[in-house]
Ligand binder design. Structure first.
Ligand SMILES: [Zn+2]
Length: 298
């Protein structure tokens, strides 16, 4: 399901004339935005952000959690895996796709759900893994996120979901679409319990994920220039037969049009989330409501 182009890694530099100099693959990465060649270790230090042009490279779920959380985290439900309920086959059986992704990523599905602390504050965090079938949401993703939200309600801690997804997983048909309602209902329970939910939208966040939990945050915070939308720009252009405006479906455009609350550089993200959580906690517990109760109408 290659809905989005993968970021290209730089080609291995050519060996010297003597043919002796060889750089191991993956040591250097070429920035797809400014073409700067970056030493891979420097990129790790800068949280996968290009030091020259601030292009945000995609992160794995583990890198994301390491960035947000203070120390080691507790992972839940990592044994859950899809049972291929429809026995779906397109160009190849869904079961084979699952097995290939499990082998490639070491994960059993496209989300990692954890408990940990963020700047000392206890939180539940779900981080999506794009390299697992495009971060698509099937039954396992829906179930794991729902359980994470239920843990947040039970433990009275805030919920953070980091979206990085192509949307609902078509190989699970209507069952994958039902996850939109299921996760949204769990978030409504979190809301009724008076607990904050921060949605972090990263490149890309599309389809059924955008159409459900990614846009339901008390705060919706996106990384710069992330592709965020429902249908892809090409599909929309073909449908409405109009040229789309410059920057359409990118974070900055959506912020300008009121769809997001903030666009935050990844290097500032943890501090921003911590500040927001402290602000919301103070609002919920320490500050009495200043809104007068409505007087009964005569
Ligand atoms: Zn760059």
């Amino acid at each position: 399901m290659p809905w989005f182009k993968k970021e290209k890694k730089a080609p291995i530099p050519a060996p010297g004339k003597d043919g002796a100099v060889r750089v191991p693959e993956g040591l250097w990465v070429k920035c797809p935005s400014c073409a700067q060649v970056i030493y891979n270790k420097d990129l790790l230090v800068s949280l996968q952000v290009c030091p020259k042009c601030a292009h945000h490279f995609r992160m794995t779920a583990a890198e994301r959690l390491a960035m947000l959380l203070d120390g080691p985290w507790i992972e839940y439900d990592d044994g859950l895996r899809s049972t291929d309920p429809l026995q779906f086959t397109d160009t190849k059986p869904y079961r084979d796709r699952l097995n290939a992704s499990i082998k490639a990523t070491g994960r059993r599905d496209a989300v990692v759900t954890t408990s940990g602390t963020l700047d000392g504050l206890p939180v539940e965090v779900a981080a999506m893994e794009y390299s697992f079938i495009g971060g698509s949401m099937g039954v396992v993703v829906g179930e794991k996120i729902t359980r994470a939200i239920e843990r947040a309600v039970a433990g009275r801690v805030p919920m953070i979901i980091v979206s990085c997804s192509g949307g609902a997983r078509m190989m699970e048909g209507a069952l994958s679409l039902m996850q939109m309602a299921k996760v949204s209902a769990a978030l409504a329970r979190l809301d009724r319990a008076g607990l904050p939910y921060i949605s972090l939208l990263t490149d890309p966040t599309t389809g059924g994920v955008t159409a459900s939990f990614a846009m339901l945050g008390d705060l919706n915070i996106a990384e710069p220039k992330a592709l965020i939308g429902f249908a892809g720009p090409r599909v929309i252009e073909q449908t409405i037969r109009q040229k789309l405006p410059e920057g359409f479906q990118r974070s900055e455009f959506l912020l300008e049009h009121g769809m997001l609350d903030m666009v935050v550089d990844r290097r500032e993200l943890k501090a921003t989330v911590a500040r927001a959580l402290r602000f919301m906690r103070a609002g919920g517990e320490a500050v009495p409501s200043t809104v007068p109760s409505p007087s009964p109408t005569p």
